[in-house]
Design a protein around this ligand. Structure first.
Ligand code: TUI
Length: 316
């Protein structure tokens, strides 16, 4: 059964599930699989060269007829060029991360591209609403990769109270209970990253998927506080080395040590010295499944949880 919200209407999708825009991870294959499964698939641009991203967008168009989007990581130096190319190619939606997309909002919207901005705070969310964002994705610090300070549990209801536009909850959601919780907190959609890393169609190295499936509750850690860009990863040799530099505020050495390490993990399967960006929800991911099955499992479990809770509250 489909769950209609303002988000599904806005995007023309069946289920209110957006896939996280994970660099070196969210390729055309994964995005198309999520879109074909009824969610919104997203190609993660990260630091991708412009022409490579153009090819990914064109490839996704051959793999799905459904709406899909691109995540733009605003800290990348050639962001202006990426935005111009995305506008040229045309996609249904853009999600943004790691900054304020204000400069690009008008141009994206003029091309009828829906803009959903990841926000770590209420203040930035309000600013995004005032300049025309179609929805915000409130990302709690349970998420993987670059994170803010608030948890999903407290950020989501504050966003729902403060905004008129739809709120998407992100961070820590990997099963139907998480979906139900997000809706209870006022979200009209959810974003899922870590569980989709373990989709069959996700092209990352199988050893990384295996590490996520094996992860337990305390297996992630936040490193890079001293750089101003804290990043959640699965603990390994690299995270211990960065943690040590972090405590000594050796920022330049952290940047140098971190360079190329996301590709080392996701593309090459370097479990020890790669950057295993993943969220706390890794502990909730138990198997590798097709993306469409992940969506079905999450939505049917959510319906069951919401139904049985409602029934038990009214004493049925
Ligand atoms: O962007 C993400 N997750 C990411 S980006 C990334 S690549 C990277 N690697 C090393 C250092 C930095 C980035 C890996 N994972 N999630 C969305 C997200 N956006 N999380 C937090 C934010 C955010 C933070 C500050 C969004 C806006 C913001 O605004 C600051 C401002 O300019 O007002």
């Amino acid at each position: 059964m489909a769950l209609k919200t303002r988000l599904t209407e806005l995007l023309g999708i069946e289920y209110p599930i957006i896939q996280g825009g994970m660099a070196w991870t969210a390729t055309a294959e994964l995005a198309a699989a999520v879109s074909n499964g009824g969610g919104l698939g997203i190609i993660g641009a990260g630091h991708m060269p412009t022409e490579i991203l153009r090819d990914e967008i064109r490839r996704a168009k051959t793999l799905t007829d459904k709406p899909f989007g691109v995540n733009l990581m605003l800290l990348t130096p050639h962001i202006e060029e990426l935005v111009a190319m995305v506008i040229e190619e045309g996609v249904d939606a853009v999600t943004t991360g790691a900054g304020n997309p204000g400069k690009y909002m008008a141009a994206l919207k003029a091309r009828d591209i829906k803009v959903l901005t990841v926000v770590p705070s209420v203040a930035l969310a309000k600013r995004m609403e005032s300049i025309g964002a179609d929805a915000v994705i409130g990302e709690g610090m349970e998420a993987g990769g670059h994170i803010g300070e608030l948890t999903t549990m407290v950020l989501t209801p504050q966003l729902a109270d403060a905004l008129e536009i739809p709120v998407v909850a992100a961070g820590g959601i990997a099963d139907g209970r998480g979906v139900a919780a997000a809706f209870a907190l006022g979200a009209e959609g959810i974003q899922v990253g870590t569980r989709f890393m373990c989709a069959e169609e996700c092209t990352i190295h199988p050893d990384v998927k295996d590490r996520i499936v094996k992860a337990k509750d305390r297996d992630t850690v936040v490193t890079g506080h001293s750089t101003g860009h804290p990043v959640r990863v699965i603990k390994n040799k690299l995270s211990r080395e960065i943690g040590k530099l972090d405590r000594e505020n050796r920022v330049d050495e952290i940047e140098a040590l971190g360079t190329g390490k996301l590709a080392a993990a996701m593309r090459d399967g370097d479990i020890n010295m790669g950057s295993l960006m993943a969220g706390q929800a890794a502990a909730l991911v138990c198997s590798i499944q097709p993306a469409a099955e992940i969506i079905q499992d999450m939505m049917s479990d959510a319906a069951r949880v919401m139904g049985s809770q409602a029934a038990s509250i009214v004493g049925e």
